[in-house]
Design a protein around this ligand. Structure first.
Ligand code: HEC
Ligand code: HEC
Length: 272
């Protein structure tokens, strides 16, 4: 949490809670007295601090307030964030950071570094693309309709030539785009390596993923903006295999031994 992004009031509130913690722990009353001097009125520092501590302990109810954001600046921020803390951090920090600038508290209280684990499809396992993971986490924080919005985001990701975002000052020049057909980091990266001829650990591939972080965060914001404006409409249709294979293997099917919305035939050969 960077203090320069916190309002003075929020900073004092956390400071007061910290002072209570220290006082309770036997850490010294000097801090509490300091708080009293810095603003508490005649009702006494203790009452102010208890109220402040309650405020800090009870975060606002979910979902948190959303304000429309500019997809282009969010994309640029995600691109730059990628080079600080990788794909999930890039996307998550861009959206939360933009909300921090626009709304302030409670977004000031989120340590966006918590999204670093999503790098390379979760600590390099190449499962869910971190740009999707980070964007979906932010969507979930601000909307009860997160599943509909995330469905749309994932569907768009699997069917779009990525990256869509071009930074104003690219760190590395790349041209290729690719369609993954999958939300998995592994498939997405390797399809792009096939399309570009670049190696998976090259600066070109990293640049591609930085731009994907920008592309995905920007699209998430477009969807959230539409949702906030009441103009959100789901347009993504699930792959045909979900219906054909699903009749037997998925929910309600005769065997019902699988789950998911990923295209079955990307990994399995249809059988008779
Ligand atoms: C009409 C019902 C039906 C449909 C439709 C169907 N399956 Fe199956 N599938 C079965 C049955 C029955 C088995 C055998 C189950 C067992 O042995 O436990 C099976 C087995 C499998 C297996 C494991 C055995 C193997 O062949 O490797 C996979 C994987 C599989 N199906 C994938 C798919 C996919 C992908 C689709 C869509 C392209 C699909 N199935 C469509 C009924 C169906
Ligand atoms: C990303 C790759 C991937 C996708 C996409 C995928 N599967 Fe699989 N699936 C696997 C793997 C790997 C296994 C485990 C190995 C195996 O049994 O083939 C598996 C296992 C299965 C099995 C059990 C096979 C058995 O041996 O009995 C079924 C049935 C199955 N999948 C159906 C589906 C259906 C239906 C879909 C689409 C909704 C789907 N899968 C999508 C990779 C995938």
């Amino acid at each position: 949490m960077r203090t320069k992004n916190m309002s003075r009031r929020d900073f004092m509130v956390s400071g007061a809670a910290l002072a209570v913690g220290l006082a309770v722990g036997g850490g010294g009353l000097g801090l509490v007295t300091g708080c009293e001097r810095s603003g508490a009125s005649g009702t006494g520092a203790a009452a102010t601090i208890v109220a402040a501590k309650e405020k800090v302990q009870a975060p606002p109810e979910w979902p948190w307030p959303y304000e429309p954001l500019d997809p282009k600046t969010v994309a640029q921020r995600a691109y730059e964030g990628f080079y600080e803390g990788a794909c999930m951090y890039g996307a998550f920090n861009a959206i939360i950071g933009a909300l921090r600038d626009k709304v302030g508290y409670p977004y000031t209280a989120i340590p966006t570094q918590m999204a670093r684990y999503g790098e390379g499809g979760v600590a390099g396992w190449a499962t869910l693309c971190g740009a999707l993971n980070g964007s979906a986490a932010a969507v979930n924080l601000v909307s009860k309709d997160y599943a509909k919005i995330v469905d749309e985001l994932m569907g768009w990701y699997t069917t779009t030539h990525l990256p869509t975002f071009e930074p104003s000052k690219p760190r590395v020049n790349i041209k290729a785009t690719s369609v993954s057909g999958s939300p998995l980091c592994h498939v997405s990266v390797t399809e792009w390596c096939k399309a570009s001829g670049a190696k998976a650990e090259s600066p070109e591939r990293a640049e591609r993923c930085a731009r994907v972080a920008g592309s995905v965060a920007a699209h998430a914001v477009e969807l959230l903006n539409n949702h906030a404006a009441g103009t959100f409409a789901a347009t993504f249709a699930l792959p045909a295999s979900i219906k054909t294979c699903g009749g037997c293997h998925l929910k309600g099917g005769t065997i019902e031994n699988a789950r998911g919305k990923m295209d079955c035939i990307q990994c399995h050969t249809p059988h008779q």
